[in-house]
Design a protein around this ligand. Structure first.
Ligand code: ATP
Ligand code: ZN
Length: 950
């Protein structure tokens, strides 16, 4: 047995080298005549390449490592092996530091390995020690771990690593070993140059690891993502019978770490979260339990894993896409270090992609702003992220993509990735994701183009790929961003102050935004009671609209859409004084965008070209306005109920009347414009300067179009009022106790007949979300804009937000007490109220509307005989399907939407049924559909269905 092998066994307990490459590298370092460059994947055993020679040589090996945490890990590990290794760092107790320095200054130091950060090695306090070691010839080697940090092309670039060039100049005769996990040509060159390596011997392992199985699952396509994750984890861990293994789930935010860990545990597999938001004790406990195999799954941010060396990691899941392919390779590479088969999976979501892309670009601009200039290298993170996106969205071998990214040859995957195992499945998934993306506006990038114009060909010969991410919260306490610390302290201070002020204030404690919040001025508390969550929700509404508006056919668009949405949201945020006005403004903008998108679409569609050319709302002349369009298309009633004396909002009666109005002929429409049919409108806006007139008394007065009469401000307020109503419907707390309604009662409708308008189902045209997104639900009613709703969610009485009222009254030039306003409102439009209430039912069910409207204009039959447009059919279908959705008959909202879309097409394609027929057919079809299946789980459930199944 050679001395090297003996030492390997004696010091490290290994019988043999892990690979020929490891052995060769160790021998090359030991020889000491050349610098050595080690480029081996994670877990290949790079550390041994300098640790073993360090023990076999006289003198001390100086090891530069970027993170104190990493250093501590290594030192502990070596100490446990009885290897004399220590570290000098800012965290070291001074007594220990003195002890180490004393040893280093002694004639023959005991220490063999000294770990140190690049900052410390350059610090003046360390210089005397360094010079002393140097002059006495006591430095055996200089080892630079994570050497890619020296490259400005890497994400992990650390300016202090550049100082190592100077160090190297001072230690000319000391052989240098540079080590990195994965560094393509460009980074390798940077390292060589910066560390002044002299024609180093290169030991580079191909990145391909055949024991790792890669696959990508589009998360949004899953009905039950957590159940899916659970099944995967269980399978990867080999059930309960196999040897103990464990897994890592990486999440981008602390919140999702908590959520995923909780869900997994609830579903039956024990999982613990790990992130910087946890108390140090809890975090350590999570890690310790996982390391000790007490808890099989750890759900962590990317800060977890650095220096964590666990051989039996059977799976690594990325619940959110990684920042770059290099980081992904690094993070996923923590699986299967023991060489046994292990799985690496990404649960990919285009939404994640857009958010992360946005954050990356935001970070770049922040840096550019700070430095006041742009650099070529700024593109690197974007390009690296593109490669990550391409990895997920392309049709091709995942291993090949990784290998090519790092400049290696295409490996023989042999079924170790989903594409090589079953390309059809991957294609099908991509196709389904594409369908979904067109419906949600989150486009999947069409290969080969990527979010930033990525062309996969570019990567064929290898591209910049860097070491892994070190950008999480734990990126060296020494380097902590003082701004961040200040901000955190500020928010902590505020919280504490609030707590001291009493419980009322404490209840309203502002929840600061997450680090990765995309909002501008996210931490601003300028608007009372406006939560970050509310703002984020509004942002998502805007983003969706922008995406739809822009077509979002390409991935780049969806990035831009988010960008644009962030700007719009911020603009609104800056301009709003209260939470309600803010929300109203957001919804107003959303409905504007919706409207213009719809108009554009109508213009494009041949079917609707005639409609479009005449007027944006002529399509509703046949008596049915979709619930989602009630507001957006009623520009003529902008001022309804606007004046200070009356509700700013439309009552149920207004809405029904508005339905009636849409039934009027074009001639009547014109008359209405000139005020002849105004009795339908309830409270009207009067010519500027005149007192408001109640419907009762104003029924015969002549008015011109309110929109023409209103000042810009008034119009804005009226629009806001209108949108406020939407807000109260969609986000407002539902008032469980139905307030009594004067002039009649509103019956609770059978579920099927509820309007999607106030019981928001995911209407095809619905721009609000239907899931329980945590909008600041309380704020609307809390702040006084109480949208009282009956059981069905229908407004029975609406009180204007005080701010709206104030502004409104101001513009009116006269003040009224809220009480007075209420009285007037109660007394106002009796005709309207009676008509509505007499009908005893407030509903948007098309047939009911038809009947009512029919009696109003006396032509219901003709109306329902008119052929339905696709849009109308879709609205009807959504209404028919809505109860099923609510009963949980669809696994996801998107599935519901897809099915509605499918059915609408099916019912109208190649035929011209009238709306009555559409409804009957739709109901029959749906009934048949659900008689065959319990619950719709995927699109496959209806793909095979044809018209004959109806
Ligand atoms: N010859 C060997 N035989 C068995 N195990 C080995 C051998 N060499 C190293 N190892 C073990 O392999 C694991 C990974 O080694 P090491 O931490 O050096 O990897 P690395 O390449 O530095 O990874 P990273 O990039 O994460 O730092 C360690 O547990 C180490 O003890
Ligand atoms: Zn493959």
């Amino acid at each position: 047995m050679s001395a090297i092998h003996r030492a390997l066994k004696e010091h490290f307990g290994f019988d043999r080298f892990r690979s020929q490459q490891q052995e060769d590298a160790v021998k090359a370092v030991l020889k000491g005549d050349r610098d050595v460059f080690v480029c081996m994947p994670t877990g290949a055993g790079k550390s041994l390449v300098y640790q073993l020679p360090a023990l076999l040589s006289s003198g001390i090996t100086l090891v530069i490592s970027p993170l104190i945490a990493l250093i501590q890990d290594q030192v502990e590990h070596l100490k446990a092996l009885n290897v004399p290794a220590r570290s000098i760092n800012s965290k070291l107790p001074s007594a220990e530091r003195r002890q180490i320095l004393a040893d280093l200054e002694s004639e023959s130091p005991r220490l063999k390995l000294l770990y140190i950060t690049p900052e410390m090695v350059a610090s003046p306090s360390f210089q005397p020690c360094l010079s002393s070691l140097c002059s006495r010839g006591l430095l055996a080697y200089l080892a630079v771990d994570e050497a890619h940090c020296v490259s400005q092309w890497g994400h992990d670039f650390r300016p202090d690593y550049l100082k190592l060039g100077d160090l190297r100049s001072r230690l000319r005769d000391v052989p240098c070993v540079a080590l990195t996990a994965t560094a393509p040509q460009r980074v390798q060159e940077d390292i060589e140059r910066s560390l002044k390596l002299r024609s180093p011997l290169l030991f580079a392992t191909p990145v391909f690891r055949k024991n790792l199985k890669y696959d990508v699952i589009f998360r949004d396509l899953l009905p039950e993502p957590y159940v899916h994750l659970l099944a995967f984890a269980k399978e990867a861990l080999g059930g309960n019978t196999a040897e103990k293994g464990c897994g890592i789930v990486y999440c981008r935010t602390r919140e999702s770490c908590e959520e995923v860990a909780h869900k997994l545990t609830k579903l039956g597999i024990s999982a613990k979260p790990y992130h910087a938001g946890l108390k140090a004790g809890d975090r350590t406990e999570s890690q310790a339990d996982w390391m000790a195999d007490k808890v099989p799954v750890i759900v962590a941010t990317i800060s977890f894993g650095m220096g964590v060396d666990k051989a039996n990691v059977r799976f690594v899941v990325h619940w959110n896409v990684a920042k770059s392919l290099a980081s992904y390779y690094q993070e996923s590479g923590r699986a299967g270090r023991d060489g046994l088969p292990s799985s690496c999976r990404i649960y990919y979501s285009p939404k994640d992609r857009d958010q992360l892309g946005f954050l990356i670009r935001k970070e770049i601009s922040r840096k550019q702003e700070k430095r006041g200039s742009q650099k070529e290298q700024d593109k690197a993170p974007i390009q690296d992220f593109e490669a990550m996106v391409a990895f997920c969205e392309q049709e091709g071998c995942r291993h090949a993509t990784i290998s090519q990214f790092f400049g290696n040859q295409k490996p023989n995957c042999a079924g170790a990735c989903d594409f090589c195992r079953d390309p059809k499945l991957v294609r099908a998934q991509l196709a389904r994701a594409a369908v979904l993306s067109t419906s949600t506006g989150t486009a999947q990038s069409a290969a080969p183009r990527g979010p930033f114009g990525f062309d996969p060909e570019l990567y064929a010969g290898g591209r910049k790929g860097y070491g892994f991410e070190r950008c999480d919260e734990e990126w060296g306490e020494e380097e902590e961003d003082p701004d961040k610390r200040k901000k955190e302290f500020g928010s902590l201070f505020k919280k504490q102050m609030n707590l001291r002020k009493g419980s009322a204030m404490a209840n309203e404690t502002f929840v600061p935004p997450d680090d990765d919040c995309v909002l501008k001025d996210a931490a601003s508390q300028r608007i009372p009671r406006l939560t970050v969550k509310s703002r984020e929700h509004c942002l998502s509404l805007l983003q969706e609209c922008v995406s739809i508006h822009r077509g979002a056919a390409e991935l780049s668009h969806s990035f831009e859409a988010l960008d644009q949405a962030v700007e719009i949201e911020h603009e609104i945020f800056k301009a709003s004084k209260s939470a309600n006005l803010y929300k109203a403004a957001v919804l107003k903008r959303v409905s504007e965008m919706k409207r213009s998108a719809a108009e554009e679409k109508r213009c494009e569609s041949a079917e609707a070209s005639a409609t479009c050319s005449s007027s944006s709302h002529t399509q509703h002349l046949d008596g049915f306005t979709s619930a989602s369009q009630v507001y957006s298309l009623k520009r003529k009633r902008v001022g309804a109920g606007f004046r200070g004396s009356s509700s700013l909002f439309q009552t149920a009666g207004d809405l029904l009347n508005s339905q009636k109005e849409t039934l009027t002929t074009e001639k009547e429409d014109e008359e209405e414009e000139t005020g002849k049919t105004q009795e339908m409108k309830g409270t009207k806006t009067t010519p500027a300067g005149l007192s408001p007139i109640k419907a009762k008394t104003s029924s015969t007065s002549s008015l011109s179009s309110p929109s023409k009469r209103l000042t810009k401000k008034q119009q804005k307020l009226a629009e806001a009022a209108k949108d406020m109503r939407c807000i109260s419907q969609y986000f407002g707390k539902k008032q469980v106790d139905a307030p009594q309604m004067k002039g009649g009662s509103v019956k609770s409708e059978p579920e099927e007949e509820r309007s999607p308008h106030h019981s928001p189902s995911p209407d095809l045209t619905d721009f609000t979300t239907t899931d329980n997104t945590s909008m600041d639900v309380g704020s609307v009613s809390e702040s006084g804009a109480a949208a009282h709703e009956d059981e069905t969610g229908m407004d029975t009485e609406l009180t204007a937000h005080p701010e709206l009222q104030r502004a409104n009254l101001k513009s009116d030039g006269q003040q009224k007490s809220p009480k007075q306003s209420r009285e007037e409102r109660a007394a106002s439009p009796p005709a309207k109220r009676n008509r509505v209430m007499d009908s005893k039912r407030v509903t948007f069910d098309p047939t009911v509307q038809e009947t009512q409207c029919g009696t109003m204009n006396g032509d219901a039959a003709a109306v329902s005989q008119k052929p339905a447009t696709l849009k109308e059919a879709a609205d009807i279908v959504v209404r028919c399907l809505d109860p099923f959705y609510k009963k949980g008959k669809f696994a996801t909202k998107d599935l519901f939407k897809s099915f509605a879309r499918f059915l609408s097409h099916l019912l109208t394609e190649g035929k011209t049924p009238n709306r009555g027929q559409v409804k009957t057919e739709a109901k029959r079809f749906i009934k048949g559909f659900f008689s065959r299946i319990q619950r719709c789980e995927s699109e496959a459930d209806w793909r095979h269905l044809k018209a004959r199944d109806r």
